[in-house]
Design a protein around this ligand. Structure first.
Ligand code: NDP
Length: 300
């Protein structure tokens, strides 16, 4: 059985591809760059999905927190197009396929729920409007919508910040924390919805394999933590104090204030449906997660 992954060359996509291959699937990545076991977006448009495609996954997207890129309208456009156009291309390819894949799993983010200091969000909560990221997620999820006459099961995973040793936020924070210069962002009181890389990859696999899984799942761990609690746990796993906060004004200067809100504000997101549907986490709490990606033994 073949799984097609748009953006499968990335941080989450690589973990998912490895997991799928270890479970006996063939994986084909849709990428801007040609290569073996890959197809480009224009090849997808011209040739459609390969035969025997059992599942399609949408995981492409320009890294929003890329410090090398200034937050301006051009970059915003890239952020949108790299998610929405790629997802639309996959949805179109499914629509055109003679033999439809049995499932389409598409990514969205917890940014769907606007930041709030106390509100608790589940998959049943309203969201999707109120700020740039909420609206981006709404349009991203809409792009994945297949016409009702297409008999392909649909799942949307709203991911929290993915924590893993070799990429994403941990890779960016590793050096400052290692040198004892890490700490909470801003006040540290804002919630940080997170999930371990292995668990998000397992959740995608779960969505692919379990026929009763449909609709929106929050891809976050059940352990609600604040930015301060994260800094303590991560610093602790490296035996570092993690007491030096990154002030909000510095984030605003580094990232631009709209983008900085991703770090300086947060939301309390619970994986209610994910748990109801029986998914079990390997890393349900921040201690076990930090232990996995730290080279040192965790103490607190
Ligand atoms: P990556 O930053 O690793 O990027 C994934 C892939 O997207 C890349 O390998 C690249 O594939 C493709 N891509 C990047 N920029 C563009 C572009 N401008 N146009 C078209 N394709 C592009 O992402 P992650 O694996 O970390 O995340 C995957 C998805 O999950 C993203 O959409 C992200 O927004 C979302 N997400 C991630 C979170 C995280 O903490 N990592 C949290 C919440 C959501 P190639 O170079 O092969 O074309």
């Amino acid at each position: 059985k073949t799984v097609i992954i748009g953006g499968g060359s990335g941080f989450i996509g690589t973990a998912l591809s490895n997991l799928l291959r270890s479970c006996g699937y063939d994986v084909v990545i849709v990428s801007r760059v040609p290569g073996s076991f890959r197809m480009t977006w224009s090849e997808l448009e011209q040739n459609g999905l390969p035969k025997n495609t059992a599942a399609v996954v949408s995981l492409a997207g320009q890294n929003i927190l890329d410090m090398k890129r200034r937050w301006n309208s051009g970059f915003e456009q890239t952020v949108r197009a790299s998610r929405i156009n790629t997802t639309l291309s996959l949805a179109k390819a499914i629509e055109k396929a003679d033999v439809k894949p049995s499932v389409f799993v598409s990514t969205s983010g917890v940014g769907y729920y606007p930041p709030h200091p106390s509100k608790v969000y589940t998959e049943y909560s309203e969201g999707g409007k109120g700020d740039y990221f909420a609206e981006l997620c709404t349009d991203w999820e809409l792009a994945a919508k297949l016409p009702t006459d297409v008999n392909t099961r649909q799942v949307i995973i709203r991911s929290g910040v993915v924590l893993g040793r070799r990429g994403g936020m941990i890779a960016q924070l590793y050096l400052p924390f290692f040198f004892g210069l890490g700490g909470p962002v801003g006040s540290g009181q804002q919630y940080l919805p997170w999930i371990h890389l292995h668990d998000i990859a397992r959740l995608f696999l779960y969505a692919i394999e379990k026929e009763n899984v449909e609709g929106v799942l929050n891809g976050v761990s059940p352990d609600l933590i604040t930015s301060k609690q994260f800094a303590r746990a991560f610093g602790g796993s490296l035996w570092r104090p993690a007491l030096i906060p990154l002030p909000e004004f510095a984030c605003n200067i580094l990232l631009g204030s709209e983008r900085a809100r991703m770090l300086t504000e947060g939301q309390k997101v619970i994986p209610q449906r994910t748990l109801e549907l029986g998914f079990e986490y390997n890393y349900p709490d921040i201690r076990s997660a930090c232990q996995e990606f730290s080279p040192l033994i965790y103490t607190d």
